[in-house]
Ligand binder design. Structure first.
Ligand SMILES: [Fe+2]
Ligand SMILES: [Fe+2]
Length: 212
């Protein structure tokens, strides 16, 4: 598998591909925001949860606006042909959610509001670790290429989310690190599959353009 930095370099140096990538990240942020809202219950919706949902919605909007500045009107919606690797980009989040809930049901016998809240904490924890890595490398590539796009304001908020999840996970269980390790292992598999599909599509688009 090619490394992430080289893959992002290929994406950032092609405006149309870059627009689709921003749109794909925007979709993932939007799915994340919708998942937070879906996991809310009257017993667990705190100020932190509301702030978190609002910030993930803002990330989706912000990325879409960055994309609009790059090429106006190129990808107005999240239709599959406006995205990169649309299937696995969605599958990554949906499958992680499903697998985490299954883990919590089968090993900790959680259900109802408790299950929803624990799944929210662990899924977010795994995703924020990934986001920290992905957005940092992406920002580095944007800087190297002198791009007008920046994701710095997102990185700061994602770091805040990670810290909040750790605080909540410590309250959730003294064994939280053990559970988190199981979930990050699942996440790593899904992430590798997603990047593989992303690389396949980026190469296909690049080849098609060069042979045109
Ligand atoms: Fe986010
Ligand atoms: Fe976040």
């Amino acid at each position: 598998m090619m490394d992430l930095e080289s893959l992002l370099m290929l994406i950032v140096t092609d405006d149309i591909m870059h627009a689709k990538f921003l749109n794909t990240l925007s979709l993932q942020e939007n799915i994340g925001a919708r998942k937070i809202s879906a996991s809310e219950t009257l017993e667990t919706t705190s100020c932190m949860v509301l702030k978190h949902a609002a910030e993930e919605h803002r990330h989706a909007f912000y990325l879409k606006k960055q994309m609009e500045r790059l090429i106006p009107g190129e990808c107005p919606t999240y239709r599959p042909d406006y995205l990169l690797a649309p299937f696995s980009s969605k599958y990554y989040l949906n499958k992680l959610d499903l697998e985490t809930s299954r883990y919590l049901r089968n090993t900790l016998f959680l259900k109802g509001a408790e299950l929803k809240f624990a799944a929210y904490l662990l899924v977010t924890y795994a995703i924020e670790l990934r986001a920290d890595l992905l957005y940092s490398i992406y920002q580095k590539v944007l800087h190297m290429e002198g791009s007008r796009v920046s994701v710095r304001s997102i990185i700061l908020e994602e770091q805040g989310h990670l810290e909040e999840m750790i605080v909540q996970l410590k309250i959730f269980s003294p064994d939280w690190e053990h559970h988190a390790k199981q979930i990050t292992a699942i996440e790593t598999h899904l992430y590798v599959d997603w990047i593989k599909d992303l690389a396949i599509e980026v190469y296909a688009l690049k080849n098609a353009r060069e042979n045109f």
